[in-house]
Write a protein that binds this ligand. Structure first.
Ligand code: NAD
Ligand code: MG
Length: 299
C-alpha cells in the first residue's frame, strides 16, 4: 500500500502492489468492510491544503469506494459534507464519517434510496438545512450488475439501474440548482464503460453514456449562471461494486490487469480529479470528462 501523500513522486505502476484478488461474492450493494484485499481511500495519505475551504458538498454513494475517497479528500480540503448511501451500508458510512470528522469539518449522514424522486428532493433540502447551502453536488452513487446475455436482463434490473445511475442525476441536479450560487459545481461519476462498453454491462454502460451526454448538455445550460458541470470517468477501480455481482468471478480475479498500468486503480487515485473539478482551480473547465483509467484512455 502506498505510504506517501498524493504529491510524492514515485513509479505509478508500483504505487500499489499488483493485487492478488481472491474469488468473492457479496450481496448488492457490497460493503467495503468485507472487501478483500482492502482498498485505499487515502485514509493515511491524502493531504489537504484548503482547496475547498468553507464549501458545502453533497456526495451520493459517499460511504464506500470512490465516494468515500472523495468524502475524505473534500473534508481534508475544508468542505462540510453530507454523505448519502443506502441504509444497509451504515457500517461503511460510520467509518467514512469518522475519517471525515477527524478533519474538523461538519459531516452529516443522510441515508436513503435515490432511485425515488421524492427522496432526491428530500436529500437536497436536508443538505441545505444541515449545511446552510449547497455549492458542490457529487452524483456518484451507482448500480452495476453483470448479465452475460440480454435474454437474462430483467426489466426490473434495467429500470433500477437507470433510476439509480441517471434519473437520480436529473432529480438531484434539478433540486440542487434551485439553491446553487454562482461558483457552484456539479461533478458526475461516469465510466470508461460510456465509451468502451463490456458485453455484459449493457444497462450500466448505457447509463454511463447518458451521464456523459447529460454532463455536456447541462454544462452548456447552466454556464451563463456561473455553474460548472463536469464528470470523472474511472477505469477499473477496486471497490465493493465489483464483487457484488459487478463482474463475473473470472473477470474479478484479473480485475484491472488489462490496463497499460497493469493493475487496478485505488479510490484514492480518483479523488484528486473530483477535488480539481469542484474547486475554483478548474474555473474554465465545464462540460468536460476526465478519464482516470490506468491508460485505457477515453473515448
Ligand atoms: P461503491 O459500491 O463503493 O459505491 C457505489 C455506491 O452507490 C454505494 O456505496 C451505494 O451507497 C450507492 N448506491 C447504489 N444504489 C443506490 C441507491 N439506490 N440509493 C442510494 N445510493 C445508492 O462502488 P464505486 O465503484 O465506488 O462506485 C461509485 C461510482 O463509480 C459509481 O457510479 C460507479 O458506477 C462508478 N464507477 C466505478 C468504477 C469501478 O471500477 N469501481 C469504474 C467506473 C465508474
Ligand atoms: Mg457502499
Amino acid at each position: 500500500m502506498n505510504k506517501n501523500d498524493q504529491y510524492t513522486m514515485q513509479d505509478p505502476t508500483k504505487q500499489y502492489p499488483a493485487m492478488d484478488i481472491p474469488e468473492q461474492t457479496q450481496p448488492e450493494p457490497g460493503l467495503d468492510a468485507k472487501l478483500q484485499p482492502k482498498a485505499d481511500h487515502g485514509e493515511v495519505t491524502y493531504r489537504g491544503s484548503g482547496r475547498l475551504k468553507g464549501r458545502k458538498a453533497l456526495i451520493t454513494g459517499g460511504d464506500s469506494g470512490i465516494g468515500r475517497a472523495v468524502a475524505i479528500a473534500y473534508a481534508r480540503e475544508g468542505a462540510d459534507v453530507v454523505i448519502n448511501y443506502l441504509p444497509v451500508e451504515e457500517k461503511d458510512a460510520r467509518e467514512t464519517i469518522r475519517l471525515c470528522e477527524m478533519a474538523g469539518v461538519k459531516v452529516v449522514a443522510y441515508p436513503g434510496d435515490i432511485s425515488y424522486e421524492p427522496f432526491c428532493n428530500e436529500l437536497i433540502e436536508a443538505t441545505v438545512k444541515e449545511l446552510g447551502s449547497i455549492d458542490i453536488l457529487v452524483n456518484n452513487a451507482g448500480k452495476q450488475v453483470y448479465v452475460a446475455d440480454i435474454a437474462e436482463l430483467t426489466t426490473e434490473q434495467l429500470e433500477k439501474t437507470f433510476a439509480t445511475n441517471i434519473f437520480a442525476m436529473f432529480w438531484l441536479s434539478k433540486a440542487a440548482l434551485k439553491h446553487m450560487p454562482a461558483g457552484s459545481t456539479i461533478v458526475n461519476t461516469a465510466s470508461i464503460q460510456a465509451y468502451q462498453p463490456s458485453e455484459g454491462l449493457l444497462d450500466y454502460a448505457s447509463t454511463k453514456a447518458a451521464i456523459v451526454a447529460f454532463t455536456h448538455g447541462l454544462a452548456k445550460q447552466v454556464a451563463p449562471k456561473g455553474i460548472r458541470v463536469n464528470a470523472v470517468a474511472p477505469g477499473p477501480i477496486w471497490t465493493p461494486l465489483q464483487p457484488s455481482y459487478g463482474q463475473p468471478q473470472e473477470k474479478l480475479v484479473k480485475f484491472g490487469q488489462n490496463t497499460p498500468m497493469g493493475r487496478p486503480g485505488q479510490p484514492a487515485e480518483v479523488a484528486p480529479a473530483f477535488v480539481f473539478l469542484a474547486s475554483q482551480e478548474s474555473s474554465y473547465t465545464t462540460g468536460e470528462v476526465i478519464g482516470v483509467t490506468g491508460g485505457n484512455h477515453l473515448p
